[in-house]
Design a protein around this ligand. Structure first.
Ligand code: THU
Length: 139
């Protein structure tokens, strides 16, 4: 990702985080998924009274993008922390979201953890989900 793309993704994730619906955990997460063609898909976590149906921010962004016809992605930015506060640290993606991303994204897919516009940490999917079970694994 270029410096400008990082800035754009971080800002989008922080903005999406404001829409998080978190009456149970009070932990608000925002994500911004960058498609190969440069389009950007925001997501937030959406919780549920039955807990189990809760959707993470990353999967909200991913499923929204797929629903709009995108299947190739370059990067995702993630920002999380206690609701109504600025993030106090980095929020890494949960295991389910790593697996969901691995369905469409290769090991070089970039994962930008965002504490603030100025404080970010860059990882790759290959680093966070080594030896992933992917579509090719079924062949
Ligand atoms: N959450 C995310 O949205 N993304 C993650 O990768 C970590 C967890 C959400 C799920 C739940 O609504 C809240 O954060 C606390 O786990």
């Amino acid at each position: 990702m270029t410096y400008e793309e990082k800035e754009r993704l971080a800002a989008c994730a922080l903005r999406a985080r404001k829409n998080a619906y978190t009456p149970y955990s009070h932990w608000a997460v925002g994500a911004a998924l960058l498609a190969e063609d440069g389009s950007l898909f925001p997501g937030c976590n959406v919780e549920n009274a039955a807990y189990g149906p809760t959707n993470c921010a990353e999967r909200t962004a991913l499923f929204s993008a797929v629903a709009q016809g995108k299947r190739k992605f370059r990067a995702i930015a993630i920002a999380g922390g206690r609701e109504e506060e600025e993030p106090s640290g980095f929020c890494p993606p949960c295991g389910v979201c790593r697996q969901a991303l691995a369905e469409f994204c290769g090991p070089d897919f970039e994962i930008l953890l965002v504490k603030s516009n100025a404080e970010t940490q860059l990882h790759t999917l290959g680093e966070l989900l080594p030896l992933a079970f992917i579509p090719e694994s079924l062949k």
